[in-house]
Design a protein around this ligand. Structure first.
Ligand code: HEM
Length: 459
């Protein structure tokens, strides 16, 4: 639907369409029970901008690239992340890049950290992630012989968390890392449970909530300890932590405090493991259902690598592997729901947006918008050839977000996912266990309900 972003002219506030009367409380329940179905139906019924109630508050749901460019880029200063949900996430990650709601200090941090994620910096992690992936391939040998299926969702979670923690603290801390990973997974799981059903409040010391606090304390102590050791021993390891420790603000000449570094470290672990794990899991599922895509991938791998393990230098010669990842991120973007808080009254299209309105948008729904994607449910990596990509309207494909808050780990994640796809596909064919029903489970990230049992067939 064409529209224009215009300044307010009428005195009468105009609100987007949405469920009315008795349908309003029902819509809130449907959103909580089956959000993907609810949002799909909402856009089908009411179009690219709609509203529905959430607890006491009306929520606007946006589903047009123009709207999204408006709030994420052109007028981003009027749409911040000052929301109760962010305060909950802050319990684990502190005030890192993804939860810092103060524009000025966020920008300072982003500038300080950006160099650690430059192409040349992350290329150095290529061999690390190949070593970690080869380690799981060795572990799989026994399982492949046994003929028992492997839960690929679980395997991808383990390996991606290992990769990002190794990239963070290069030095070997195998014993601590197991403990750290367990605490991290527990805290993350309890927060996920709480977000789905936020009662009783986390401040109430139930046994589960005490476990939550203990896990956070354990992680905090370990991260502060590692920071202290790095500072004392003047390590110059090539890891993200060393880069954060040596980052200096050009204007003030100051580095980051231990607390800032701690918050960023936990933020990267949280933001950088589950997202890639979920994408890879969906990718193995999609590949198992599309043998012609798999054949094309194998042809590319054979031609480019001739059986040798891939390196970062091979990435430009693996375009089809990258297109498979891009198409997976279209159909199953791990960050399936994003949100912003409206700072001051505004107007989007022909609708008024009062201050404090919660704005929701979903890459999962947007990436199926029939105006921009032909046969949106069909898995087709060919959509991402450079020619077709050039024709896509900006803001219609946003798995990594858009505008100033664009994912800082995008390059890291893409490098990791393409190399892992190449390494694993060279060795194994993954076949879905018969009768296993695959359906999305939208938690903080987009998981597969009941995991993904697959049989490993050596090539
Ligand atoms: C498939 C992998 C990934 C996906 C799909 C993804 C997606 C996203 C999205 C959609 C945002 C924007 C959030 C918003 O606008 O509110 C974001 C932000 C962010 N991501 Fe990622 N991410 C991925 C991997 C990573 C990795 C590997 C890291 C770090 C190691 C990371 C760190 C961050 C951080 C720190 C932010 C906040 C940026 C800011 O506000 O300045 N992400 N990510």
């Amino acid at each position: 639907m064409p529209f224009s972003l215009t300044k307010k002219t009428s005195q009468q506030p105009t609100r987007p369409p949405g469920p009315q009367g008795l349908n309003r409380p029902a819509s809130m329940l449907s959103f909580q029970r089956a959000p993907l179905r609810f949002l799909t139906n909402l856009t089908r019924q009411y179009g690219d901008i709609a509203q529905f109630p959430l607890l006491t508050q009306p929520v606007y749901f946006l589903n047009h690239p123009d709207h999204l460019r408006y709030i994420l880029q052109e007028h981003h200063y009027n749409y911040d992340r000052n929301m109760p949900l962010v305060s909950l996430v802050r319990l684990i990650v502190g005030n890192g890049l993804s939860t810092n709601t103060d524009q000025e200090s966020w920008l300072r941090q982003r500038r300080l950290i950006q160099p650690a994620f430059h192409k040349q910096s992350i290329a150095a992690f290529g061999s690390l992630l190949c070593t970690e992936t080869l380690a799981i391939l060795e572990r799989w040998e026994e399982q492949a012989k046994s003929g028992q299926p492997v839960n690929i969702a679980h395997e991808m979670e383990e390996v991606t968390l290992h990769i990002v923690s190794k990239a963070m603290f290069h030095r070997d801390f195998t014993r601590q890392s197991q403990l750290f990973i367990r605490s991290f997974q527990l805290a993350h799981q309890i927060l996920g449970e709480h977000l789905r059903f936020p009662f009783p409040p986390l401040s109430l010391p139930t046994p589960r909530h005490r476990q939550f606090r203990a896990a956070i304390q354990q992680m905090d102590e370990m991260v502060y300890d590692i920071i202290r050791q790095h500072r004392q021993q003047h390590h110059h390891d090539h890891d993200l932590l060393s880069m954060l420790l040596s980052a200096v603000d050009e204007e003030t000449g100051k580095g980051m405090s231990d607390q800032q570094i701690h918050d960023e470290v936990i933020t990267f672990l949280a933001a950088g493991s589950e997202t890639t794990a979920c994408t890879l899991t969906w990718m193995w599922y999609l590949l198992s259902q599309h043998p012609t895509v798999e054949q094309r991938l194998l042809a590319e791998l054979n031609e480019t690598l001739a059986g040798a393990p891939p390196t970062v230098d091979d990435l430009p010669r693996l375009p089809y592997a990258r297109m498979i990842i891009d198409e997976t991120l279209r159909l199953y973007p791990p960050i399936w729901l994003l949100m912003r808080n409206t700072v001051q009254d505004d107007r989007i299209g022909t609708y008024d947006v009062p201050a404090k309105t919660l704005i929701l948008f979903s890459p999962y729904i947007l990436h199926r918008h029939p105006d921009f994607w032909e046969e949106p449910e069909h898995f087709d990596p060919e959509r991402f050839t450079p020619e077709r990509l050039a024709k896509l309207p900006r803001g219609s494909y946003i798995p990594f977000g858009h505008g100033p808050h664009l994912c800082i780990g995008q390059g890291f994640a893409l490098q990791e996912m393409v190399l892992m796809l190449a390494l694993i596909a060279q060795r194994y064919r993954l076949i879905l266990a018969p009768d296993h029903r695959v359906e999305p489970l939208p938690l903080i990230s987009l998981h597969i309900r009941h995991g993904l049992p697959m049989h490993l067939h050596p090539r």
